[in-house]
Ligand binder design. Structure first.
Ligand code: AMP
Ligand code: TRP
Length: 341
């Protein structure tokens, strides 16, 4: 995994996507979105809502539509800027499904079956182990490879899929010659894995049944405060980073992300103070950090025309860039082109 390096001559291409599958959590925000925003100034960024990935788990149509609309507005509110970046909805750009089919044919059944996420989701939804759950990674590879992305910012849980993307790209390039850029992952130092507030050995997840375990980006300040006050810690009553202190480590990580403070600074700030003070401070800092996002979100949700214009323009740009890669890959494989170019 490499750090992004600024390159004055050719800006590196960043691609990332997030599923519009429900509540966007503080884990998504600190593990992924906050980095998306920061990267926009120095890189050529392309971001998507991966709605095709979402239907690997059965969705209720009106809820799915609403989640996609809300996620688009929320990402704009978080700071994804359509003037700086390309920001689109995956299902609006047909090249993704087209290249995904092609890449399915360059992915091995065994390697797809070994993916941790496939095994987890198959166990969680035994009544719907559909083929899309298995071929989820080649679709993700298509997302990335269509834009010749150099770097892919994701949380640690997506590392295995990214490695498979590299394998597929290298395999294709090995057969046909250089076609796809082989991307590197970019995993942020802080916030790469935000843990549940109720069980800090598990990651914070939008699907957690315990409502106190995760913070939604759109949670009200009073709910944020309450959830942090109830966060599981330990009996040492000392704010320090260390082994066996998963709860405190997680809270320190969150506090560091939203305040920019180091662990040493945080330890000094709470020296001699109890967990009550510490949890309130983390809650307040998070609530303050998220307040303007919630306000902007409400404005965007009142302006459907603007949202449609943004995703329309995003899809057009994404189509134009990705069609070039798709044509190139299809030509190499030997598909007869519709007209000679
Ligand atoms: P998902 O919620 O699985 O659609 O993930 C969307 C993005 O957020 C991915 O880049 C994940 O790696 C990241 N992410 C999800 N949950 C967490 C978490 N608890 N901590 C850090 N990153 C996360
Ligand atoms: N699979 C990712 C997740 O659930 C979302 C995703 C789809 C993605 N396509 C991508 C992430 C391409 C990075 C790059 O989090």
């Amino acid at each position: 995994m490499t750090e992004p390096v600024k390159n004055e001559e050719r800006k590196k291409v960043i691609f990332s996507a997030i599923q519009p599958s429900g509540t966007i959590t503080l884990g998504n925000y600190l593990g992924a979105l906050k980095n998306w925003i920061e990267l926009q100034d120095n890189f050529n960024c392309i971001y998507a809502l991966a709605d095709l990935h979402t239907i690997t788990v059965r969705q209720d149509p009106p809820t799915f539509r609403r989640h996609t609309l809300e996620a688009y507005a929320l990402l704009l509110a978080c700071g994804v800027d359509p003037k700086k970046s390309v920001f689109f909805i995956q299902s609006h750009v047909p090249t993704h499904a087209q290249l995904a089919w092609i890449l399915d044919c360059y992915s091995q059944f065994g390697e797809l079956q070994r993916m941790t996420q496939f095994k987890d989701k198959a166990a969680k939804h035994p009544d719907n182990v559909n083929a899309g759950l298995l071929t989820y990674p080649p679709l993700m590879a298509a997302d990335i490879l269509l834009y010749q992305a150099d770097l892919v910012p994701v949380g640690v849980d997506q590392k295995q899929h990214l490695e498979l993307t590299r394998t597929i790209a290298e395999r294709f390039n090995g057969i046909y010659g250089q076609t796809f850029t082989v991307p590197d992952g970019y995993i942020p130092k802080q916030g790469a894995k935000i843990m549940s507030l109720q069980d800090p050995t598990r990651k914070m997840s939008k699907s957690d049944e315990n409502a106190n375990a995760s913070i939604a980006v759109l949670d009200k300040p009073e709910d944020i405060m309450r959830k942090f006050k109830r966060a599981v810690t330990d009996s040492e009553a000392c704010v320090r980073y260390g082994e066996g202190k998963d709860g405190v480590n997680n809270l320190m990580g969150i506090y560091a992300c939203v305040t920019g403070k180091t662990n040493e600074e945080i330890e000094a700030e709470f020296d001699g103070k109890g967990y009550g003070d510490f949890k309130s401070a983390v809650g307040e800092a998070v609530a303050e950090h998220l307040r303007p996002i919630r306000e902007r979100y409400e404005d965007y949700m009142k302006n459907r025309d603007y949202l449609e214009q943004c995703w329309g323009e995003g899809a057009e740009k994404a189509c134009s860039i990705s069609s070039r890669t798709l044509r190139k890959a299809m030509k190499k494989i030997g598909f007869l082109p519709p007209k000679s170019i």
